[in-house]
Design a protein around this ligand. Structure first.
Ligand code: UDX
Length: 446
């Protein structure tokens, strides 16, 4: 009998994990406490934009024509407890309001709600990003609350999926990291991940604290890489250098590598910024704050990029935003996502708006979410409409659609042909040839 799997929390991580587990051949039950989400998912609809996810879901949701029927959804903890041999906890751990620390309330309440229904030997697997030390605490709590006692065991299995590539990253992970306390837990997880393991995904087994730390360490390293290249962009601007060439050249060194060296308005999203801060807060609690003080600098370099972009835009429109029209291309924190959480693009748009500029935003997928966060900004249905009458155009999220824009066509509708490339993703020559003043972060003015 194949294992029966539950997935607790059906946000971006949980919905993807649930669909992927069904794709791997398991019977899956997804649980969420928000009934509207469960209804949507039950109809095969995804409450967020993630390439390939809706298709995968429709392939497996029970009751849909032609589906495998292996995936169902519920709001009942009792049903989840009775169903699962393995329970994945995928709820979110946002930043606490007004603090750096991570808000564990969703994780804690998921454990409190599930545990009383665990009456037979089971494995609960934490996937959420949590402060180190949480797993040990939760393992104890689980054994206390579950009728199965110590037979309700815990494992920690951090998730490294990227938005925009979530389905691929879940089905073909570049590594599988598991923090376990027994051989039984390890062998159950090997069964769950048998397919990617057979494809050659590396399997790294460790204790709870190390597994928790792997996730925050990986995100801190990625953030450090981005802020490093953005710091180099600041130096390049001061010294008339070109950060794009610099990144290309240092990237040829295999020890450094080319990836995550794209200078621009910096990182945002639901993970990197809050994970850095939660990591610093946790290090402080552990008396090891000195080890991570450098992350404060990484965070400030990153936030400085947004302010710098606003200054370049101000300069481009002649020193003040009053009465000026600013077109903003991009609202999401990265392309191929509709996520605007802590988005540098939306932050820059908002700052300019609050300083009196008339901002018009266009984004291929993020309009609805952007409108919800920033209802007072102007929104246009296409890039061309956003650029109509603009005194300056800001390119802030590197959607493919923006790289394929025709500078001549855009030039016909803009009042002034001035473009600031906040992602170093457009071709400067192309824009300059069409009569635009092209400027990018960390590059010479030409
Ligand atoms: C990240 C991690 O990559 C993933 O492993 C983890 O599970 C969750 O957090 P994600 O938030 O989807 O994933 O985004 P990512 O692709 O890492 O990009 C983060 C931000 O950095 C984006 O705003 C992106 O635009 C920015 N970025 C990325 C740069 O500014 N320069 C780069 O070179 C790369």
């Amino acid at each position: 009998m194949p294992l029966k799997i539950t997935v607790i929390g059906t946000g971006y991580l949980g919905a993807t994990h649930a669909a992927a587990m069904a794709e791997l051949g398991f019977e899956v039950l997804g649980l969420d406490i928000v009934p509207e989400k469960i209804e949507m998912l039950g109809r095969g609809e995804v409450p967020l934009y993630e390439p390939g996810l809706e298709e995968l879901l429709r392939k497996h949701v029970a009751g849909l024509p032609g589906s495998s029927g292996r995936l169902r959804f519920t709001t009942s903890w009792e049903e989840a407890g009775a169903f699962g041999d393995v329970h994945f906890v995928c709820v979110n751990t946002p930043q606490k309001h007004g603090e750096y620390a991570c808000d564990m309330s969703y994780v804690d309440s998921a454990f409190e709600s599930l545990a009383p229904h665990l009456t037979r030997p089971t494995l609960v697997v934490g996937k959420s990003t949590v402060p180190v030390g949480s797993a040990a605490r939760l393992a104890k709590r689980l054994a206390e609350l579950a009728p199965a006692g110590e037979e309700a065991e815990l494992a920690w299995n951090p998730e490294f999926l990227r938005e925009g590539f979530a389905v691929q990253d879940t089905l073909h992970p570049d590594r599988l990291v598991v923090g376990v306390a027994s051989e039984r837990a390890e062998s159950l997880l090997r069964e769950v991940y048998a397919t990617p393991l057979a494809e050659g995904s590396p399997w790294v087994v460790m204790d709870y604290p190390t597994a928790e730390l792997v996730k925050t360490a990986a995100n801190s390293f990625l953030a450090t890489k981005i802020s490093f290249i953005n710091a180099m962009a600041e130096i390049c601007e001061a010294a008339d250098g070109d950060v794009v060439k610099l990144a290309e050249a240092i990237g040829h060194d295999e020890r450094i590598g080319k990836k995550f060296l794209r200078a621009g308005v910096g990182f945002g999203g639901g993970c990197l910024p809050k994970d850095l801060r939660a990591f610093m807060a946790r290090a402080g609690e552990l008396g090891a704050d000195q080890a991570l003080t450098f992350l404060r600098e990484i965070d400030s370099i990153n936030m400085r990029r947004r302010g710098h972009m606003v200054e370049l835009a101000r300069e481009a429109v002649g020193g003040g935003f009053l009465g000026k029209r600013v077109a903003v291309l991009g609202a999401t924190f990265k392309p191929d996502s509709d996520d605007v959480r802590d988005s540098p693009a939306l932050n820059v748009a908002g700052q300019i708006h609050l300083q009196g500029g008339q901002v018009t935003v266009y984004d291929p997928k993020g309009m609805e979410n952007a409108r919800r966060v920033f209802p007072t900004l102007g929104y246009a249905p296409t890039a061309l409409d956003a650029a109509r009458g603009a005194d300056v155009v800001l390119h802030l999220t590197e959607w493919r659609e923006f790289r394929e824009l025709d500078p001549a066509t855009l030039g016909e509708v803009a009042t002034h042909r001035r473009i600031l490339d906040g992602r170093n993703a457009l071709d400067p020559e192309l824009w300059r040839k069409a009569g635009w003043t092209y400027r990018a972060l960390g590059r010479p003015r030409a």
